[in-house]
Design a protein around this ligand. Structure first.
Ligand SMILES: [Fe+2]
Length: 337
């Protein structure tokens, strides 16, 4: 490499930002010049800005780069704006036509925009869009319960990162369960759905690359265990969540601890009093099941049956009847995906 190449490479290192192939979906023309790191560990241009984007182009880029692509960071903002607009349009069109193409698009764009929100949880634009979209998704499910199996199938097929998939899987399972039980009215179900969906926004304080491995250092453990508090900080006053919703979010991991400890022990380890209700339990249980049955880079995926064995440890003492209801509810899904 000659000296002026080195300057160019240094410049690229400063300005380039990794993106995913999905960020390029729904573009007709490439919104940016795309780079990858070649065998000589040098940034190399692979696709020019404004070149057509179609299936062939995406396959070519994936084949050449293994999906490890980069663009100039200032162009990322434009991509996010475009995908925000795409999500808005999809929500509008789904209200008129609930065909499978629109539903696939909804799952993809909802997930993509959730990633943008995790990257910038302070953005009111992203938060409001997620909120509006998740309300629309809730109404869509409520009015068309029969689309739930397709929704789940699509979420698993699309294989978004687990941290992005998990809130939607757990919240949809929660709503599917609530719809069967007739415990709550529509407003209460909507409120629990939103609470469950946004409970992990505090995870955005953990850099994305750290999700790849098991949490090892004390600092990482602290950041992780504090994510429910961070979620409350991000959501307080920004979304219409009442105090009991925020309490559910704040304590949504306490039940996870009940797998190894009992409530007395947990309470004695916490200086503040813990308010736990049945809603917190439901949100936590759906979160644990979604987590255990999701594909993660560092943990073996468990079956639904195995996850219920864990849930039994949490529920059997205080909620034996409700545990039976839960098992009966999940029984019909005891098939391998
Ligand atoms: Fe969490």
């Amino acid at each position: 490499m000659i000296w002026y190449d080195t300057i160019e490479q240094n410049n690229l290192t400063l300005h380039l930002k990794p993106i995913s192939i999905r960020d390029l979906f729904y573009f007709q023309y490439s919104p940016a010049t795309i780079f990858y790191i070649n065998n000589d560990k040098i940034f190399q241009e692979i696709y020019k800005k404004d070149s057509p984007i179609n299936k062939e182009a995406l396959s070519f880029i994936i084949k050449k780069t293994d999906g490890n692509i980069f663009i100039d960071s200032y162009e990322y903002e434009e991509i996010k704006n475009h995908q925000q607009e795409n999500l808005r349009k999809t929500i509008r069109s789904i209200s008129m036509s609930k065909n499978s193409k629109n539903i696939k698009r909804l799952i993809n764009l909802l997930s993509l925009n959730l990633k943008y929100l995790y990257q910038n949880p302070q953005s009111d634009d992203q938060l409001n869009l997620q909120y509006q979209s998740i309300i629309s998704t809730f109404n869509l499910v409520l009015e068309n319960e029969e689309i739930l199996p397709f929704l789940f199938q699509e979420i698993y097929n699309q294989q978004h990162y687990y941290i992005i998939n998990q809130p939607l899987i757990s919240s949809l399972n929660l709503i599917r369960f609530l719809l069967k039980q007739n415990f709550y009215n529509k407003k209460e179900m909507e409120s629990l759905f939103i609470t469950s969906y946004f409970k992990d926004i505090g995870m955005s304080s953990i850099p994305f690359e750290n999700y790849e491995g098991v949490i090892k250092t004390e600092r990482e453990k602290k950041i992780f265990s504090n994510h429910p508090n961070v979620s409350v900080k991000y959501l307080f006053g920004r979304l219409p969540l009442n105090l009991s919703n925020l309490n559910i979010i704040k304590h949504h991991h306490v039940y996870h601890s009940l797998i190894n400890k009992d409530l007395k022990q947990i309470k004695s380890e916490n200086n503040e009093s813990i308010i736990l209700g049945f809603e917190t339990l439901l949100v936590s249980v759906m979160d644990i099941i979604a987590g255990m049955t999701s594909k993660r880079p560092f943990r073996e995926t468990k079956s639904l049956f195995e996850s219920l064995i864990v849930i039994k440890k949490i529920m059997i003492k205080d909620y034996p009847k409700e545990f039976t209801v839960l098992v009966n509810f999940f029984k019909r899904f005891f098939v391998k995906r």
